[in-house]
Design a protein around this ligand. Structure first.
Ligand SMILES: Cc1ncc(COP(=O)(O)OP(=O)(O)O)c(N)n1
Ligand SMILES: Cc1nc(C(=O)O)sc1CCOP(=O)(O)O
Ligand SMILES: [Mg+2]
Length: 208
């Protein structure tokens, strides 16, 4: 299993966004500290997800950057990604592990310690934990759990915890202090004029 980067860039495929331009800017700054999770809108076709993933895998390869695919594990396998990420509406973690095989990176969403422990027993190699803070990127999320909620999960499991939801460079130190191994971001890198500069700030915070 590849060692896990601490900065997870989740592709922003909302209208008007250019996830590949953001990735091209961030890769030379982040190198192997980066993980890219290809996440497409539910309305996207598998072909669109596959084509985007192939391009991401191709961009990541020279930097030894891990590429994962959200939800659509068949796309991950077909496109040569290193693994995938599943949540409560996706394949159960144990089934996702069967699909991907023992060597793949498999992330699972957990919002509290009980789900987190179950996901690790079922085969998750890391956990996405949140929403840490309010976010406008995704609708329908439960209330933010804050750094304290992240700490509760960290104390319950032995796999890397990736904090997600409203994460900014300013918020990284508190999340790291709570035991987060890394962070996953959409808007922090997609909604800014200079994603390379922000990626460098995020990585500085994650290195402490
Ligand atoms: C790192 C990380 N953490 C959490 C999620 C959310 O996954 P999920 O709950 O399945 O929701 P969708 O992203 O599928 O809408 C994630 N993708 N990555
Ligand atoms: C895709 C996703 N999942 C979340 C969860 O808590 O499960 S929060 C989120 C969106 C994160 O975007 P931003 O960095 O712009 O807040
Ligand atoms: Mg999902």
């Amino acid at each position: 299993m590849p060692s896990l980067g601490r900065l997870h860039l989740i592709t922003d495929t909302r209208p008007g966004r250019d996830p590949l331009a953001v990735l091209r800017a961030v890769l030379p700054v982040a190198h192997a500290e980066l993980v890219v999770q290809v996440r497409v809108e539910d309305t996207a076709t598998d072909r669109q997800a596959y084509d985007l993933t192939r391009r991401v895998v191709g961009l990541c390869a020279p930097y030894q950057v891990t590429c994962l695919v959200n939800d659509r594990l068949h796309v991950a396998l077909a496109a040569g990604a290193a693994g995938g990420h599943v949540g409560a509406d996706d394949l159960p973690v144990v089934a996702a592990r069967q699909v991907l095989g023992p060597a793949a990176v498999l992330g699972a969403t957990a919002r509290e310690p009980g789900t987190a422990v179950a996901a690790v027993h079922a085969g998750a190699s890391y956990l996405g934990v949140g929403p840490c803070h309010a976010t406008t990127t995704k609708d329908g999320l439960p209330p933010a759990i804050g750094a304290a909620g992240v700490r509760a999960v960290v104390e319950a499991v032995g796999v890397p915890v990736i904090a997600i939801g409203g994460v900014t460079a300013q918020r990284v130190p508190a999340l790291r202090a709570a035991g987060a191994y890394g962070v996953a971001v959409v808007g922090a890198l997609s909604d800014v004029a200079d994603p390379a500069r922000v990626a460098a700030e995020l990585i500085r915070g994650l290195s402490c």
